[in-house]
Design a protein around this ligand. Sequence first.
Ligand code: NAP
Ligand code: MG
Length: 403
Amino acid sequence: MEKIKMTTPLVEMDGDEMTRILWQIIKDELLTPYIDLKTEYYDLGLKHRDETGDQVTIDSAEATKKYGVAVKCATITPNAARMTEYDLHEMWKSPNGTIRAILDGTVFRAPIVVKGIEPCVKNWKKPITIARHAYGDVYKNVEMQIPGPGTVKLIYTPADGSEPQEVTVHEYKGAGVCQGQHNLDDSITSFAASCFEYALDTKQDLWFSSKDTISKKYDHRFKDIFADLYETKYKEKFEAAGITYFYTLIDDAVARIMKAEGGFIWACKNYDGDVMSDMISSAFGSLAMMTSVLVSPHGYYEYEAAHGTVQRHYYKHLAGEETSTNSVATIFAWTGALKKRGEMDHNEALSSFAEKLEKATIDTIESGKMTKDLAIITTMENPTVLNSRDFILAIRETLEKSL
Ligand code: NAP
Ligand code: MG
């Protein structure tokens, strides 16, 4: 078979530890034998980030703006222990945070659903994708411990010198606590735009939920911004695509989710998204089966696995022990990026290959061959547990049959 050609490069962001090992095997066994792979390579491994003063992370995000599509391997976010382990010059910020700040996007997390790995919620048949607004609210709050009786007020002083506005938060009769939160119209609008775009892109309904009945100004602003953008820019496109936008209260959304079949996107405010994304991923089975895509309102896409670098497995690997690390989410990061590249370049062969690779991955698991994390939770009897490399080789074997 002749290798599939690419016209535009993908931005490739390499990473750390066990996922870096998987990255190379995936490329060698599942991609380069079939595709004349064209990537612009950025090494986001911690050592190289440190050597470049983290410039490589910024460059990789800028390249994503240039080419539109990136695929990223999991990376270490340094902490005190990593400072010593890698003898770092600085405790570099999370690459994902840096990239998101440059691309201004929203992260969508979606489970990969396969037969034999049944969600805890038995009626969930299709993936539930969570979109988390990643700016403001409690994550950028200010707080005060109130030692005793007194008054706390919110004061807004307009920059143009006009009359300040003030409201009393509470007149304390005794000790307590207080918190100030904010958000920005621009950030909410960009979040809403990413959600509408991604819903159209994936042809799924979009839900958005907040607590606007209680929070009549703050949460209500979110609701209004979503509604206005929908009416002015997306309503016709949604109708043409046969999908719907649905707003409901957060508690109603939670109740409906438990009874739903899945197959839609749930846009959440920052805190709701933080909490609910962990619930959804655990209920769907495994973090190793969760993909993640950063979608910017300007139409840039960055695909990755939702899990980290699987440090514990990496140390086993370094010690020469066998590992059985699940590469599914990392494979789907590649296929997601390749499909998007194919779509943007009208490269049918590339998109169709990516779809075949996804199917081969799912078929391999459904035939009973899987990594240890899945073997523990599968409803299948006598699954075959494969090591990290052999699982990828098993996928290759399934793939070969479909080409
Ligand atoms: P992790 O890498 O997600 O792994 C936590 C545990 O989950 C593993 O020890 C393993 O459990 C299980 N697991 C996760 N992915 C798996 C896979 N593909 N196959 C099999 N099991 C899997 O989280 P972490 O150990 O807390 O973080 C390690 C590093 O990753 C940290 O330096 C963190 O900064 C980084 N991180 C990066 C990203 C990112 O780049 N997006 C996201 C999160 C974390 P068992 O050990 O029980 O087998
Ligand atoms: Mg969380």
